[in-house]
Design a protein around this ligand. Structure first.
Ligand SMILES: [Zn+2]
Length: 186
């Protein structure tokens, strides 16, 4: 199983220029029908996600693959257990075709933005058109937490991360120096 390292915007030293360039790039549409390369990218993303207990979702650019593929948990959020092969769903070329309800604000973390949490407002209900892991066309409605995770992961495909939202930001006191440097605080 090929597992890829998760890229991050920064590390202990400061901005991670190389990773940032990849994370900020808009990912490419996956050709339909799925070719061998795309299938292998889907598998690498799954392999990089399954077994983790620290993530609700992962987008291909986070592991250095600039393709529009995301994976996310669809159950087992509260149990703090590792992701198993029955817990997740893959969406390829996902497009939100409908967003409903009043936006809900909640703090979010991201493997690519280590040690911070930022408040982000997102729709509680979305309808998504995409391909599944087998390359079949689907259109599906998602609610609440899963809808939030999908919106977060789709942002990654457009090079957008939680630090781009205006919400309140939280980080450990011990990291104050680093984050003041990164975000230009006083
Ligand atoms: Zn993220």
């Amino acid at each position: 199983m090929a597992k890829n390292r998760v890229l991050t915007l920064w590390d202990e030293e400061g901005v991670n220029e190389k990773d940032t360039a990849v994370l900020r790039k808009k990912s490419a549409e996956v050709p339909v029908p799925l070719d061998k390369e795309s299938r292998s990218a889907v598998q690498t993303l799954i392999d990089s996600f399954v077994g983790r207990d620290d993530a609700s979702g992962l987008a291909a650019p986070q592991i250095g693959i600039s393709k529009r593929i995301i994976v996310f948990r669809n159950k087992g959020f509260d149990e703090k257990r590792k992701v198993t092969p029955d817990d997740f769903e893959v969406l390829i070329n996902p497009r939100i075709t409908q967003a409903r309800g009043e936006k809900v604000t909640m703090s979010e973390g991201c493997l690519s933005c280590p040690e911070i949490q930022i408040e982000v407002s997102r729709f509680p209900e979305i309808k998504v058109r995409a391909l599944n892991a087998q390359g079949e066309k689907i259109s599906k409605r998602y609610l609440n937490y899963v809808a939030r995770v999908i919106q977060h992961e789709i942002d990654h495909l457009d090079g957008k991360l939680i630090v781009d939202y205006e919400g309140d930001i939280y980080y450990p006191k011990s990291k104050e120096k680093l984050f003041n440097k990164l975000f230009g605080g006083t």
